[in-house]
Every structure is written in C-alpha cells, then in structure tokens.
Design a protein around this ligand. Structure first.
Ligand code: KG4
Ligand code: ZN
Length: 352
C-alpha cells in the first residue's frame, strides 16, 4: 500500500510517499519512505518575527502541487500507484490546513482513492519509528515538544494515546522562540538560542525550574520567559548587553528548560513503569536536551529514541507514515467524505 502524505499545518509544506510493504508496526520502518519533498517558509516569515497565517496559506498553495510532482518523481511512483492519501487535519492554522485538506480531497476524488485526516501530533509521535534503525516497541512514553505543544503521553499502540501531562501555558518551542526574540536572535529561535548557550557559563544566570516539583506531569514556561525578560531588562539598564552576557542568559534559559523536561520525562517513566522514551517535535532536535536525556535515561536504565534529525520539525513523511500505520491497523478509517473538515484546535486525546 502506497500512501501520499501532505503536511501544511504551519510554515512548512511537506509531501511524502510511504510504502507499507516492507514493514509492520513496531518493526524497522525507514525503508517504507519512498520519497519526500519539503519547502520551509521560514525565510518569508523571518522579518515578522513569527508566522503570518495569511502569507503561510498563500505560500502553501504555491508550493504543494510542485512538491507532489517532485515526490512522485523521487519515489518512481505514478499517481495511479497511490492507494490512499493522508493529510494533516489539525491542529494548526486554519487557512494553512485548508490548503492541504483541499488538495488531498481533490486528488482523492479525482483518483477515486480513500483519504484520511491525520492529527499533526500523531505524526510527530510516530515519526521516531521512521528511523532506519528504529527498533521501538509499544508501549512507550512520548515527550512531544514543539512550537505549539508540550505533552507527555502514554502510547500503548497506534491510535492509543493517553495524555499524562501538558503545558498549562507556553509550549517549550514557544519559550525558545520568545527567549530568542528577547536576545535579538532571529526566528525560529530554538536552534539560535541553543547555539548561543554553548558559549555561556553555567553559573552566569540562574532561572527558575517551573513546576519541577509540582508532583504532577504538567509544565509551565510562561514564568520562565518572564524571568528571562526581567534579567535582560536588568542587564540593559547598564547599556547594550555584551555577547557573553547574552550567551549567559541563553545558557541559563536552556539549562532551566532542559532540566524540567528531563525531570518530568523521568517521572512519567517511573509513574507508568515503562522503559522506553520517545522524543518528538522540533525541540527534540535540541542538542542540550538530547545530551541531558541520554545521561538521565542511562542512569534509569531506560532507552530513548528520536526521529532522524531532519524529521524532528514538520514534514510530510510523518503524515504519510501515520496515515499508513493507521490504515494498516484499521482500513475502515479511510473515507470518501469530500468535506474540508479541518480542526485547527484538536486535543490529541479526542482523536477517536
Ligand atoms: O515541530 P515543529 O517543527 O513545529 C510545530 O509543530 O510547532 O517545532 C518548531 C519549534 C520551534 O519553536 C523551534 O524554535 C523549535 O521547534 N526548535 C528547536 C530546535 N529546532 C527547532 N528548539 C530548540 N532547539 C532546537 N535545536
Ligand atoms: Zn509540528
């Protein structure tokens, strides 16, 4: 079964084709990815310091068909060889989601093929299984850290997700992006803050570890951002901050956020008794987080898995893959419903 996946929920247009033939759920899966194409709009939004929804939708319209053609070519597939189409149904920007939904539904109608709406976070969640050497067995705990979400989840199988904890305010990626803005770094801020933090001193500035000892598995990062703001303002009263002062702020921020993410992940593993942690979403690309999780998981005798680095941020492969896994488990899910029913707000635990 070949599934074409289309992702347009935010500022990346992603298309991919996966073939379910070589693998089963939970088995090494990387070979299932036949081809993919991605266009990032980051350069277009950078002047605005964040994603401008209307510009994002218009650009998706421009890119999606050429990217589909490119993916078909790369995967040596003709449209007639596509068995089903998966698209990101939500959550995300309404206009951007509508572009992917209408192209997916239009194609499916023209080809008389089934179409399936995928939850964007389910795409992230299952993406570590796309690694060539993935040997991940259910059940596992998933830490999902992106620009819009921060959640810990208990995953017992495809489509079986229970939220253990989540952010009460800002997402981890959002906190990175806002800190970057305060430090005069460009959007998206995660990679820039991470790089700058490497030049900072560990004892430069100490920031709070919000909710680290709250006893539950929820997060809160709004207060951390405010602490960074207060510190930056304090430094600025003495003139323009030096490069080393900025690096120390970045280091203090990264140390704080990473410590909370690691601590809550370990607590989730202890609470559920699970021995496998899967990390997904854009912040999952963060080097400091990966290093700290590697140390903590080794100490706890737990294995930790990530998607391949290029599949941490939004992409079409994770949507095609999630679609393929869902259809393999439950072929009834495919529909020939031609409405453009996107869900900009869609909690993952309301998936079913
Ligand atoms: O998963 P993603 O591509 O999009 C959403 O679904 O939100 O995540 C984007 C987020 C942005 O906030 C970006 O700053 C953050 O992931 N990010 C990082 C890194 N790479 C991307 N944050 C920290 N360190 C990184 N290396
Ligand atoms: Zn995402």
């Amino acid at each position: 079964m070949r599934v074409l996946g289309i992702e347009t929920s935010c500022d990346e247009t992603g298309v991919a084709i996966v073939d379910t033939a070589p693998w089963e759920a939970g088995e090494p899966a990387g070979k299932g990815l036949l081809g993919q194409a991605l266009y990032s709009q980051i350069a277009m939004h950078v002047d605005y310091g964040g994603v401008v929804p209307e510009l994002a939708s218009r650009d998706h319209i421009k890119r999606v068909i050429p990217l589909i053609n490119q993916t078909l070519k790369e995967s040596n597939s003709g449209l007639s060889e596509i068995d089903a189409i998966a698209f990101t149904q939500g959550p995300g920007l309404a206009g951007a989601l509508l572009v992917g939904a209408s192209v997916a539904k239009g194609l499916a109608l023209a080809l008389n093929k089934p179409v399936l709406g995928i939850h964007h976070l389910e795409g992230h969640l299952l993406s570590p299984l796309l690694a060539d050497d993935a040997n991940i067995q259910f059940p596992f705990v998933a830490l999902l850290v992106s620009g819009g979400h921060t959640q810990l989840m208990e995953v017992t199988g495809v489509g079986e997700y229970v939220i253990l904890g989540e952010t009460l305010d800002d997402a981890a990626g959002e906190a990175f992006d806002k800190t970057a803005k305060l430090l005069g770094l460009s959007y998206p801020g995660g990679p820039a803050v991470s790089a700058l933090a490497k030049f900072g001193q560990a004892d430069g500035y100490q920031f709070p570890r919000p909710m680290k000892h709250s006893g539950d598995l929820d997060f809160s990062f709004a207060g951390l951002k405010t602490s960074v703001l207060t510190q930056v303002k304090k430094i600025q009263t003495n003139g323009t901050p030096s490069a080393s002062e900025n690096a120390n702020v970045a280091r203090g921020f990264v140390d704080a956020i990473v410590e909370v993410l690691v601590s809550k992940s370990i607590n989730a593993l202890k609470k559920t008794g699970m021995k496998t942690l899967v990390v997904a979403g854009g912040v999952g690309a963060n080097e400091q987080l990966r290093q700290a999780l590697a140390n903590a998981c080794e100490k706890e005798g737990v294995t930790v898995h990530y998607p391949p680095l290029h599949l941490c941020t939004d992409n079409g492969a994770m949507i095609a893959f999630a679609g393929a896994m869902r259809l393999k488990k439950n072929p009834q899910l495919a529909s020939k419903d031609w409405g453009f029913d996107v869900r900009p707000r869609w909690p993952l635990d309301q998936l079913l």
